[in-house]
Design a protein around this ligand. Sequence first.
Ligand SMILES: *[C@@H]1O[C@H](CO)[C@@H](O)[C@H](O)[C@H]1NC(C)=O
Ligand SMILES: *[C@@H]1O[C@H](CO)[C@@H](O)[C@H](O)[C@H]1NC(C)=O
Ligand SMILES: *[C@@H]1O[C@H](CO)[C@@H](O)[C@H](O)[C@H]1NC(C)=O
Ligand SMILES: *[C@@H]1O[C@H](CO)[C@@H](O)[C@H](O)[C@H]1NC(C)=O
Ligand SMILES: *[C@@H]1O[C@H](CO)[C@@H](O)[C@H](O)[C@H]1NC(C)=O
Length: 486
Amino acid sequence: MKFAVLATVSAHLPLVALACADHPPRYIYPRQAPSSSEGSTLSPSSSAPAPSTSSDSALGSSSVDDATATGNATSVTQISVSLISTNPTAVPLSLITAQQVSSATVPLPSTATPGVTPSAIPNAPSLPDISGLSSANYPAMDKPPPTNSTEVQQWIQEVQNSGFSIPNISVTVESAACSANPDAVADTSRCWWTCSGCTRDTDIVACPDTLHWGLTYDDGPAFYTPNLLQYLDEHQLKTTFFTIGSRILEFPDTLQTEYMGGHQIGVHTWSHPPLTTLTNEEIIAEFGWTKKITKDILGVTPNTFRPPFGDIDDRVRTIALAMGLKPVIWTRLSTTVTFDTGDFNINAGTISSSQVIENFNEIIGNATSIDTGFIVLEHDLFEQTVELATGYILPQALAHQPAFNITPVISCLNMPMANAYIETNDNSTNPPPSGSLTSGGAASTGSGSSSSSAATPTALPSLLPAQALIVSCIVGALLGVSSLML
Ligand SMILES: *[C@@H]1O[C@H](CO)[C@@H](O)[C@H](O)[C@H]1NC(C)=O
Ligand SMILES: *[C@@H]1O[C@H](CO)[C@@H](O)[C@H](O)[C@H]1NC(C)=O
Ligand SMILES: *[C@@H]1O[C@H](CO)[C@@H](O)[C@H](O)[C@H]1NC(C)=O
Ligand SMILES: *[C@@H]1O[C@H](CO)[C@@H](O)[C@H](O)[C@H]1NC(C)=O
Ligand SMILES: *[C@@H]1O[C@H](CO)[C@@H](O)[C@H](O)[C@H]1NC(C)=O
């Protein structure tokens, strides 16, 4: 069916977002309507600051094309997209905009009871009783945690004793924008994915088998996550959620429901910063608190993490591996072909919902032509991103021929769910990281496809993709300036 949507919406946003899309600026967005279902065990639900996380997308490839600058505001135009299947109850695309009024959420599909264990993990410890959970025992939400606490000092000591040697790589500046860090971009030895697509053997950026999609949602748990969980349940789909420590503190029941429902949980930091901009100690604090709150609520600790914005270099990698966390990024075939739907940016007004569908159509076109499976960047943080997932993206994917095999990332690696957590992994097929960056153990799934820019330690990546990106940023900046002058 052909879907033509002609609504034009306008949104106020900093024009810098149009100039160089490698790092969208931080948007503070209004709090959405409280979920009716989240039986909160904490006070923060009513007093928490608005989450200030930004898109994971390091390369928002469509935002430059998609938005037309008109002075202080921009318009994002809905485009015509082809859909092979939609959910009959889907919210019309013309209504999925930055301005849409929040609708009610559905109740959580089930209530997790203390003491139970998930059927997907026979050797799991029993689910903790979180009725006494107190925000006083955790850092402030949505801020990098202090590094001088007893907890963080202990984690720093553990990293020092881990046997990993953290490379002496300088921190990046200005939210890790490639254009602001030419020396870091030129230093290919640091294997900075953000600006070159460089990966190491321990990076998971694709599923090994063709047509196998390692489904992921980032930045939750959030208000509309129950709506996504309901759709996933109805279609017997399981996913990987990369969850933010601050959001877990806000929605602990949702995290328990995800886990008990057979979904995989991975770490997505405490406050969602670009990690290459942080000191070693700050990175340890971000990982440590997110690992800790996840274990406090589930009884298990994830052994994977997704870097916010995909912002990772060898310093971040080494610290993560020293803390038992393997990176999961998303598939990237070239500088311009990244498996990022751009869904996050609808809320900021820099992309239309129909453009996100178009991006997804291109992703599945690319996905069916590569010799591996794939991983796509999507979010469960916003009403808009959940409505697109349940109304359009997942129905499209389920109707696709040949059929996709849609599973959590751990399953697409052909491993049992128990292998996804430090406490339940038997270490036989998924050995914990040890020693050094390149002897991290797990079978490499990192190369994405034969044409990807995966680098081995001895074969350093070409500088060309990074240079191309800088050029595209400059072109983007010129376009932004010229439309500003119109
Ligand atoms: C530009 O945006 C700011 C903030 O939204 C607003 O206060 C100001 O009036 C706008 N200016 C114009 C010319 O639209
Ligand atoms: C950590 O540092 C902050 C600011 O310097 C200080 O207020 C706090 O008391 C310190 N906490 C500990 C546990 O030392
Ligand atoms: C790390 O690198 C910086 C800048 O290159 C240098 O000044 C510093 O001495 C180095 N530190 C160590 C411990 O090697
Ligand atoms: C990915 O899709 C785009 C647009 O559909 C196409 O131009 C490009 O050749 C594809 N790239 C690969 C590597 O398949
Ligand atoms: C697997 O490795 C972890 C981390 O080294 C360790 O804590 C755990 O006991 C190991 N599990 C088994 C079954 O050996």
